[in-house]
Write a protein that binds this ligand. Sequence first.
Ligand code: ATP
Ligand code: ZN
Length: 285
Amino acid sequence: MCSLKIALQKSGRLSEKSIDLITEAGINIMNGTRKLVSRASNFPVEIMYLRDDDIPQYVYDGVADIGIVGENVFREKNKTLRIIERLGFARCRLSLAVEKQSRYTGIQFFEGKRIATSYPNILDSFLKENGIRAEIHEINGSVEIAPGIGLADAIFDVVSTGSTLISNGLKEVETVMRSEAVLVGGNGLTEAKREILSALLFRIRAVQKARDNKYILLNAPNEKLDEIAGILPGMKSPTVMPLAMEGWSSVHSVVNENQFWEVINKLKEAGAQGILVIPIEKMIV
Ligand code: ATP
Ligand code: ZN
């Protein structure tokens, strides 16, 4: 039977969340042994566990049909693939950093400098766009130590909290791109594989949507119901049910994570009581 081959990072910062996403989509992948390839028992997909740097090439060659990689790696490898879905995890940025004591006044600083990086292509296009000529030193891993050992004047690397930079005596001076995990694919999928992909995407979107929203229940005096319904964004309109206690109702709705605290405060001010907030497992809209 035809199955869709999905490339995931074998071990690293993307692995766990990639596997969680597939698992929460109800797909059973027994990855206990972490073989190179494992087949799901209840959905027509096969998972291939690879180094993240290799994933764009494998998808490009059609060895895997789709893959999950950081947008930074996807951009660096520069293959003609498309982003099917942004996944919102493994957020980070690619930045230029210089030694803490350097007097940095702007991008001209990099003219004639040596910059160490594992992302030469992205850096090269950034420098060209800004008309800067600098020497790019490509190194794999531990880029942040390059200035300290005299190998480079600056680095261009992945940053998330910035603590690695600080502990190596560096400071971030330019953010060149922002990145998150993305689901990427090539073009020539067969009709059968396209169908599997669309079923998979339907599930992934339901999981993502559920993560972004919370189910909320509260009690309210009947005379406040209009005001409270106006505060709750909801999917359509809130569900309102009478309580056994005369003059009170129970209100149910869905609230987006981003608006969450603001909405809760307004609800309290409007007289809501006994507010319960419950995670949603799947959400289909
Ligand atoms: P592999 O062994 O598969 O080559 P790796 O060491 O190259 O792994 P990881 O460090 O696991 O890669 O990072 C994978 C991706 O996670 C990065 O390409 C980036 O998109 C994202 N990421 C998020 N935060 C960070 C961070 N603080 N440092 C590095 N990568 C990060
Ligand atoms: Zn890697």
